[in-house]
Design a protein around this ligand. Structure first.
Ligand code: ADP
Length: 473
């Protein structure tokens, strides 16, 4: 007999409805991958719930019957819609608190507090209105973490069904802001938790506390959140919860990110036709206005301009490579100071360095296909997708030994790794790579090793399936 596990998957964003960052990629891909694992023995009925942000793009929206949640003396209306994505039911939850501040994320998390508390409350009410009960609620990051706290509170009610809670941790430092007053306004009491005092009013810690399983987005990050360096003040609490903590790597969309078929490239290639990749390097050099020369090492940075990503270290490293023949392209947007620094670097080395300060998905693909190496000197990196995409395109990653970077790049086999978050450590790693680069045979071995790695979602989705199974046993 087929057994069914119902999973309500909650996220602030999911491709193709709305995508701001990596969370959108994950929430767009993982629920569908999970459903695809269904077989005669087990059926995974995963359903996605998203806020109906004003910028959401969705077709065939079918309104659900209006419902409301009580907030003191008033009732806040929940305008929910149903649609589907490759056969997966998707629910969009709208209402005044979601409309009120139009963006998905604000720089100041307190501006998003009302929206995500409302969303979490409404999402936990939703099953009653769709005649479907989850066995697992799977939340992601601080925005939806409170759903797990509410789920646990529901469980305390007499006769309530046991619904397991899973929280995937994509980025620990972002915990949300003090929501105690907002929760109180909805009549939700704060429990006595064993969290540090400052954390007892924040969505992410409350979600961690209430979850049955915590998943970090790489095994490396799962280890790091237990430490003082990366645990953001919750390390001792995480140590207490380590039995429920695991690490599952994110995957990449290997159909979309495939150099053999990628429409953004002028010249497609695969592991057997790697020599053709050289044409992409020349085209990239030409597009950037750099010397067309196959022998000059071409370095790429494709990243949010953020200190997390260590782009400042990369800039200082490049500045320190005055006497070395190289070219570099920086594609990214973000912190204005870092954007300025990238621009200044281009002014300093106009023949060597190009700063392209915009978000440009097609251009990113051309860089993955044309640059010799990609630099990722991250200060912390829960998983990281860019290094996986780079390897798939035969672009050799030079990364710091941290989080998911350490888990996905094999030193001197698929890329180059350095330990210290210091520009000179990065310079040494770049130099080590540059030493191999002229030896085409050795370099192609590195490229092929990376291209042969399997970064698809399937293996990761299976790990989540096993987790759900263990939780609903
Ligand atoms: P994070 O989610 O922390 O920003 P990841 O490495 O996990 O970093 O994912 C970043 C993704 O965004 C990668 O696919 C990368 O190629 C892409 N990206 C980052 N900056 C840009 C940009 N300016 N233009 C196009 N793509 C970008």
């Amino acid at each position: 007999m087929t057994r069914t596990i119902n999973v309500l998957f909650l996220a602030a964003e999911a491709d193709p409805f709305i995508k701001v960052g990596g969370l959108g990629d994950v929430s767009g891909a993982l629920p569908r991958e999970l459903r695809a694992l269904s077989n005669d023995e087990i059926k995974l009925d995963v359903r996605l719930v998203l806020p109906h942000h004003p910028a959401v793009k969705a077709e065939n929206l079918r309104p659900l019957e209006l419902f409301s949640i009580s907030r003191g003396e008033t009732e806040v209306g929940v305008e929910a819609f149903e649609t589907d994505l490759d056969g997966m039911p998707v629910y969009l939850i709208g209402g005044e608190p979601i409309r009120a501040n139009g963006s998905v994320y604000s720089l100041d998390a307190s501006k998003d507090a009302d929206k995500y508390v409302f969303f979490s409350m409404a999402a936990m009410e939703l099953p009653k209105h769709i005649n479907w009960q989850p066995d697992v609620v799977h939340a992601n990051d601080w925005h939806t973490a409170l759903s797990l706290y509410i789920n646990l509170a529901n469980r305390w009610e007499a006769g309530a069904k046991h619904v397991a809670g899973v929280l995937t941790l994509h980025n620990m430092p972002f915990m949300g802001s003090d929501v105690s007053a907002i929760l109180a306004s909805y009549g939700v009491k704060l429990a006595q938790t064993d969290l540090p005092e400052w954390a007892r009013v924040l969505p992410l810690p409350l979600g961690l506390w209430a979850s049955d399983a915590i998943v970090a987005v790489s095994p490396g990050y799962a280890g790091e959140v237990l430490t003082e360096e990366f645990g953001c003040g919750l390390n001792e609490f995480m140590v207490l919860r380590r039995e429920t903590l695991s690490g599952v790597l994110n995957g990449i969309d290997t159909v979309s990110f495939d150099p053999a078929t990628d429409k953004a490239l002028s010249v497609n290639y695969n592991i057997h036709t790697l020599k053709r990749r050289a044409e992409n390097k020349e085209l990239l050099q030409e597009k950037l206005g750099l010397a067309r020369n196959p022998n000059i090492p071409l370095l790429g940075i494709i990243s949010r301009m953020d200190v997390q990503k260590g782009v400042d270290l990369a800039f200082t490293a490049l500045k320190n490579m005055k006497r070395i023949d190289f070219q570099a392209v920086i594609l990214g947007t973000g912190d204005p100071k870092l954007e300025e620094a990238a621009q200044a670097l281009q002014t300093l080395f106009p023949d060597k360095i190009k700063a392209e300060l915009r978000f440009d998905a097609a251009f990113a693909r051309q860089i993955y296909a044309g640059a010799d190496m990609i630099l990722m000197p991250s200060r912390y990196e829960p998983c990281g997708l860019a290094q996986m995409i780079a390897m798939r395109y035969g672009c050799v990653p030079v990364v710091r030994a941290v989080g998911g970077l350490k888990d996905t790049v094999i030193p001197n086999e698929t890329g180059f790794i350095f330990e210290k978050a210091h520009h000179m450590s990065l310079v040494s790693a770049i130099k080590a790579a540059m030493k191999i680069l002229p030896n085409r045979e050795k370099w192609e071995t590195l490229q092929r090793n990376g291209m042969a790695r399997d970064f698809s979602w399937e293996a990761s989705a299976r790990k989540y399936l096993n987790l759900y199974r263990a939780l609903v046993k």
